[in-house]
Design a protein around this ligand. Structure first.
Ligand code: ATP
Length: 289
């Protein structure tokens, strides 16, 4: 569903960030993009949604050639690509719900978004998504009152609100502790499976990539030097991607299965969501507050 052919990027500074990238991503596949700092991971993700202009090659999303689009057609195509950011990119002074609804930007138009008037079905879907990402109890909280993991859950719900076909995920766990990182990766993986969403996840943590991706692509100096299954990522290949290191002493990640207590807590949150939903029912009238 996403095909990159001969994609290259040279920045105006002369830095060659990508060379001859060939990549085909089928529907529903979760692909981790790994590689050392400066390898071109962010550039690749940003070329796909045209935040960065590729200087060479073709990028097709289904039957649309993305590199040729501009104006309204580009805006329209971008709606089918949800972006999840490292630093969450939430508006701190807005509530969780308002932040999620801002995922409708590009659908409802600037002034309606500015005045915080969203269609009723978008509000209803935002409620559903916040429930799904485990935040029904936090709908009316300000974004700056949330933990890092919760902020990332809001970012995920916001990306999903635009019903994307593809998720572009840039270092989703960079600011999170190891356990929360795994929970966030698990959530992204589950959501991709539920919605048959393809995802490209730029990630530094190789253990997380191995555990949660269907496929791993290794970039080095702007070129793909590995493309295979997590089980094929040997120490030799890691050395090809990152350079010499004693990979075999990398510790196994700790088990973080949910305890009964955590499960009960989640149940309680879910129950409480009914109250939150009623309190916030006025949202459905078209005004967020
Ligand atoms: N805006 C820019 N202008 C000029 N050069 C850039 C720009 N952005 C990135 N580069 C260069 O392009 C190359 C790839 O950078 P990129 O940020 O894509 O790598 P990365 O793999 O995402 O790195 P990191 O893991 O540190 O985020 C680097 O040499 C970088 O210096």
């Amino acid at each position: 569903m996403l095909t990159l052919t001969d994609v290259g990027k040279r920045y105006p500074t002369g830095d060659r960030a990508l060379t001859d990238i060939q990549l085909t991503l089928p529907k529903g596949q979760v692909m981790a993009l790994i590689g050392p700092s400066g390898a071109g991971k962010s550039t690749l993700i940003r070329c796909v949604n045209r935040l960065v202009e590729p200087t060479q090659g073709s990028i097709r999303l289904e039957d649309i050639e993305l590199t040729k689009l501009s104006g309204n057609r580009l805006r329209h195509a971008r709606r089918s690509m949800g972006m999840i950011f490292q630093e969450y990119a939430l508006v701190d002074r807005l509530t969780v719900m308002e932040n999620v609804l801002s995922g409708q930007l590009g659908y409802v138009g600037f002034w309606r978004s500015f005045l915080r008037r969203y269609p009723q079905d978008a509000v209803a879907e935002a409620f559903r998504l916040l429930e799904r990402v485990g935040l029904p109890h936090a709908i009316d909280k300000r974004a700056d009152a949330l933990s890092g993991g919760q902020r990332q859950r809001v970012g995920i719900a916001r990306a999903l609100l635009q019903s994307p076909k593809l998720l572009l995920v840039d270092e989703p766990t960079a600011s999170l502790d190891p356990k929360t990182s795994r929970q966030i990766m698990r959530l992204i993986r589950e959501l991709c499976a539920e919605r048959e969403l393809a995802a490209i996840i730029n990630i530094h943590d190789v253990a997380l990539a191995r555990q949660f991706a269907d496929r791993i692509v290794g970039l080095r100096a702007g070129e793909i030097v590995f493309d295979g299954q997590p089980s094929e990522l040997t120490s030799e290949i890691l050395t090809t991607i990152y350079g010499e290191e004693d990979w075999d002493t990398t510790p196994e990640p700790a088990d973080d299965e949910e305890t009964d207590e955590q499960e009960k807590e989640r149940e309680a949150h879910r129950y409480q969501s009914g109250r939150d939903l009623r309190r916030l029912a006025s949202l459905a009238d078209g005004g967020v507050r």
